[in-house]
Ligand binder design. Structure first.
Ligand SMILES: NC(=O)c1ccc[n+]([C@@H]2O[C@H](COP(=O)([O-])OP(=O)(O)OC[C@H]3O[C@@H](n4cnc5c(N)ncnc54)[C@H](OP(=O)(O)O)[C@@H]3O)[C@@H](O)[C@H]2O)c1
Length: 337
């Protein structure tokens, strides 16, 4: 009995209690992850409430990971962020880190994993496994089965990304700006999203990089190549923030190598893991961000062929960025571990 307890139940740390960290606590419970002891860490100690349950948040330090088996990081990215500062302490203490941020995703010895796509890469970890960016996860859950069956040549994606993708403070910013506009008041200078998001769309997520693409757009390309183990697929992205609270949508154009048609593509998607096809134009059935919110599936709608290019198709993909795009994907990786 003691042996069984030791092998199955894990001591888990969740780092960060923002939009993703809170979702992580929810998903661990929902999926009945076998948690022995749970430690919740952030920059400041306090109590938080998630779905009526109170969690004791401890102030993080380099000793916080003693005895921890799995550390799920959902802290801010960058130099002062949780993963850069504390992930090596967690690994030294014997924990396996699953990191939600972008700091380590492209490092050579860090597997970048979507369990529906490349679970075999988990085995290669050396203490840290990275969760891909939210828009990459939902795009590849939808595209991988098509790639496996017909071979992808070209992908052009336009994203419609929710405020929650930029964290809890961005959700508050969308809400307070929307209230101001509706009450006819001046909108305060944006602090999180750079420009006004209420009643607007912003075609810039992240920073501008080479050739005028943004960091979010380049992430979609590079992370997809790493996960699919090929850089031969030509991927171009335009990433746009929209005034939606939660769940990202993507309009995706694909060209495939092998002979295909809409019904073949639909069948491949219908039988793939993690996907729900909602696509009945006559019955006006298609997926929406507000309907995907709170769910774990990646929803695919509007499957149609391009009117001009042979072997080219369009799909519409929607998923909850805080769940499959972050917390659920990380907990699925922990389940594999
Ligand atoms: N939002 C999404 O859809 C999404 C999707 C995929 C990946 N991600 C990634 O997931 C991570 C978390 O995102 P989020 O949206 O949840 O952000 P968030 O709402 O801004 O929350 C950030 C949390 O990180 C904690 N934190 C920051 N620096 C820390 C440090 N040095 N040590 C310990 N804790 C620290 C903060 O602690 P305090 O509360 O004490 O300040 C806060 O609880 C980011 O790396 C983000 O890029 C987000």
């Amino acid at each position: 009995m003691e042996m069984l307890k030791k092998s199955k139940y894990k001591n888990v740390a969740v780092v960060g209690v923002g939009a993703v960290g809170k979702m992580m606590l929810r998903v661990l419970k929902e999926r009945k992850f076998p948690v022995d002891q749970l430690k919740v860490l952030a920059r400041t100690a306090r109590k938080i409430r998630v779905d009526g349950k109170v969690f004791n948040v401890e102030k993080i330090n380099h000793e916080s990971f003693r005895g921890i088996d799995i550390a799920l990081f959902a802290g801010t990215e960058g130099e002062k962020g949780a993963s850069v500062v504390y992930s090596s302490s967690a690994i030294r203490a014997g924990a396996v880190v699953v990191d939600n941020g972008g700091d380590f995703r492209m490092k050579k010895d860090v597997p970048l994993v979507i369990p529906e796509v490349n679970p075999e890469d988990i085995k290669k970890h050396r203490g840290l496994i990275a969760n891909p960016n939210c828009s990459t996860i939902q795009m590849l859950v939808a595209l991988y089965p098509i790639h496996k069956a017909f071979g992808l040549k070209r992908v052009i994606v336009s994203t419609y990304q929710a405020a929650s993708g930029a964290g809890q403070a961005a959700i508050e910013e969308l809400r307070s700006q929307s209230r101001a506009v509706l009450q006819g008041k001046d909108v305060l200078a944006p602090k999180v999203m750079g420009k006004q998001i209420a009643f607007n769309v912003i075609p810039k997520i992240g920073e501008f990089l080479e050739d005028a693409y943004t960091s979010e757009e380049i992430k979609l390309v590079k992370e997809s190549h790493k996960i699919l183990h090929t850089s031969k697929i030509k991927i171009s992205a335009t990433c746009v923030r929209v005034p939606v609270v939660n769940s990202h949508a993507e309009a995706i154009y694909i060209e495939v190598k092998k002979k295909s048609d809409v019904s073949k593509i639909r069948n491949v998607l219908k039988s793939a893991k993690g996907i729900k096809v909602v696509d009945q134009p006559k019955a006006k059935r298609f997926s929406l961000p507000i309907e995907a919110s709170g769910k774990d599936a990646v929803y695919v709608s509007r499957i149609r062929k391009d009117a001009y290019v042979k072997g080219a198709f369009w799909i519409w993909v929607v998923s909850d960025n805080l769940r499959k795009g972050a917390a659920t994907n990380a907990v699925q990786i922990a389940e594999y571990l």
